[in-house]
Ligand binder design. Structure first.
Ligand SMILES: [Zn+2]
Length: 283
């Protein structure tokens, strides 16, 4: 069984309603050969930093190969403390990023969408706790029966060795919570998935669209965090931490997830600002 479930959302409710996608009018986007080349160069920066940066996030295939880690181990405890400490910041950053995306994708004047967004923000605000879990290994999940808690595998907690890496995954899970059990942000998620599909030529619909949206929110949250906490490290190094857990050797996806390296591709295609910053500030 393929298991590249980085940060899964365990759906205990079934999808009763059909996946009726809104059809926003959007120009058919595509990428120039030059833009594609820059994007591949930026991936190179991210995955080179994975080897150079002592605080880089461990790749998920490497995490999967590791033995389970007891909750009381020093690395898991340090990770759990980091996650709990950063949860309030991550919540704020997710809400800001979500509002930004809603405007970017033209939903700011939709009353229906704004109602849903308000409820999504309330769900994010109600998250209180990170629960370390040995059996979850390299996954993080949200159970709809316990929407105030993010369950975090101890291997994953230990493998995200920077605030940036941790915020990115917390933001990913918070975006699942924002979308909720009724996929209430499906119009936005669908629009982002369509755009990512157009740009990359990959099929990014349904659950894949949601996963990419969660990762996009994660990258945006980290970008905003870096701006608000300047330090001596290079921006590229810090930005790379938000996506480099995808720098795998074994690049496999499944129905619900793009492969990790295609996840980086989709994210950077959606956010060319990141490409520029990764390349311009690589040293
Ligand atoms: Zn997910």
């Amino acid at each position: 069984m393929k298991k590249i479930l980085l940060a899964t959302f365990v759906l205990l409710a079934s999808f009763g309603a059909g996946f009726s996608q809104a059809k926003p009018t959007h120009a058919h986007a595509s990428m120039s050969p030059e833009a594609k080349e820059l994007l591949e160069e930026a991936i190179g920066v991210v995955c080179t930093q994975a080897k150079l940066d002592p605080k880089s996030s461990i790749a998920i295939d490497e995490m999967q190969a590791r033995p389970s880690l007891p909750i009381q181990s020093p690395e898991a405890r340090a990770g759990a403390e980091r996650a709990q400490r950063l949860l309030p910041v991550a919540k704020e950053l997710v809400i800001t990023s979500l509002r930004q995306l809603s405007t970017d994708y033209g939903f700011q004047n939709s009353r229906n969408f704004n109602d849903r967004l308000r409820q999504a923000v309330a769900r994010v605000n109600s998250v209180k706790r990170v629960r370390p879990d040995m059996d979850s290994r390299d996954n993080a999940s949200v159970f709809l029966s316990r929407p105030h808690v993010i369950t975090f595998g101890t291997i994953f907690l230990a493998g995200l060795r920077s605030d940036e890496g941790m915020i990115s995954v917390l933001a990913h899970e918070l975006m699942h919570i924002a979308d909720g059990d009724n996929d209430s942000l499906r119009a936005l998620v669908g629009a982002i998935g369509n755009r990512a599909s157009d740009l990359t030529g990959l099929s990014i619909h349904g659950q894949r669209g949601e996963e990419v949206t969660c990762d996009l929110i994660g990258a945006m949250a980290v970008r905003a965090y870096i701006v608000s906490t300047p330090d001596y490290q290079s921006i590229a190094r810090r930005l790379a931490r938000s996506i480099q857990h995808n720098c795998v050797e074994l690049d496999e996806g499944d129905e619900d997830h793009l492969s990790p390296r295609n996840t980086i591709r989709a994210l950077l295609a959606l956010n060319p600002g990141l490409v520029r910053e990764l390349i311009d500030d690589r040293f």
